[in-house]
Design a protein around this ligand. Sequence first.
Ligand code: ZN
Length: 122
Amino acid sequence: MGIDYTIVVSHGNRYNPTRITYSLREAIETDMELPYEVWKEFILERDNYTCVECGKSQDQMSAHIQIISHHKLFARDGGKYIMSNGEARCWKCHRRKHSETPALPELVLYQYNGRDYWMKPR
Ligand SMILES: [Zn+2]
């Protein structure tokens, strides 16, 4: 749980960027709000890249179906990017979770080669 994640914020001035470092330990202890990029990484790190529902881990999945960070309370319902509002899920369990929930989003997050894609559930 000792990882740090530094993001660089340029505020329009790329010659004098601000570096902000977040610590996973502190994020868990304080449940502070995090930038999306940091939150997403920390949830996966904390849950060891393993789906909380079916127990599959990243290396058991095919390259294009990955473990993703899931909002327990959806962002559009006021869910925040805090550690207590996230859990790692594989893409299948993530999709199932969303389709069980009345607040079904139009799109689900899909990750490929480290990039995020929002796609309609099949
Ligand atoms: Zn799963």
